[in-house]
Design a protein around this ligand. Structure first.
Ligand code: ADP
Ligand code: UDP
Length: 241
């Protein structure tokens, strides 16, 4: 399958048409942004790592009964996916307080929740991705009641799978963002990516941050953190086989 016309260039990926109207190619870039695009930079090699990591998780989740957009890894940076109509909700699952949760609710980072939380924000860069609840999503016709129920069910299941996998890598899954989309027949599938750009990953022993917070907060060692996470993932995969 080859790339045709570029249909979109986002902050982290480019999206291309293919000869099949139901398939797209996503191409992962090294560009990094934070704070709704205010901070810009490059994380060298990130695109390759995020592409491979995201594909590994999508394949694994698919095997565990969660439908995804993943079709085939085409190269280091390019992946064939099923085209979806993205549900304009950023679905965030948290196991431990961090980031905007800690800030908004006045708690320190690192508080372990008894059970995971879910929140939605309206995927709308112009509005700064505002937080909203299910009733707001219904009022704005962003998704139906049934779709929201399916998204919640899948999101918690993804959390269980990812958390268990990262434990095997000596990594604590703090929080992450998912996006879902609709296939032509309306089926809800997991789309976009699962990577250190969209997850908070802390070393289970030292608490060291191994994710995009190193870039957001100017902590240094950004590339090394992505490489280390990928190294541990590859090792855990090999140990299982
Ligand atoms: P952003 O739009 O937030 O800058 P990216 O740079 O990651 O994000 O761009 C990728 C875009 O492609 C996102 O808007 C995402 O919602 C969208 N997308 C991801 N998977 C699919 C898919 N299977 N079909 C259609 N669009 C998708
Ligand atoms: N996240 C993301 N894209 C966004 C906002 C958040 O991938 O546009 C991820 C982020 O990497 C973290 C989780 O969602 O793993 C929760 O982010 P939070 O709400 O704490 O926002 P932040 O502190 O990153 O602004």
């Amino acid at each position: 399958m080859i790339k045709r016309e570029q249909v979109y260039e986002g902050k982290a990926k480019k999206v291309y048409k293919t000869d099949d109207p139901e398939l797209l190619i996503v191409s992962y870039k090294d560009d990094a942004t934070a704070f709704n695009g205010l901070k810009k930079g490059t994380i060298s090699g990130k695109g390759v790592i995020n592409n491979r990591m995201s594909n590994f998780f999508m394949k694994t989740l698919e095997e565990r009964g969660i439908p995804t957009h993943y079709v085939e890894e085409l190269s280091d940076r390019d992946t064939l996916v099923r085209k979806v109509e993205i549900v304009p909700l950023e679905v965030i699952i948290r196991n431990i307080s961090a980031g905007s949760f800690a800030k908004n609710y006045g708690v320190e980072e690192g508080v372990v929740f008894d059970s995971p939380t879910i929140e939605f924000s309206y995927k709308n860069d112009e509005l700064g991705d505002p937080l909203l609840n299910e009733y707001h999503a219904l009022a704005l016709s962003l998704a139906t009641c049934e779709e929201i129920a399916t998204i919640k069910e899948y999101a918690f299941k993804v959390n269980d799978e990812l958390k268990a996998f990262w434990v095997r890598c000596g990594i604590t899954l703090v929080d992450f963002k998912l996006e879902f989309g609709r296939l032509l027949d309306g089926t809800i599938v997991l789309a976009d990516e699962i990577s250190p750009d969209t997850s908070r990953l802390w070393d289970s022993n030292t608490g060291e941050k191994l994710d995009k917070d190193r870039f957001r907060r100017d902590l240094g060692g950004v590339e090394d953190a992505y490489i280390e996470v990928m190294r541990r993932l590859t090792e855990a995969r090999q140990n299982k086989q």
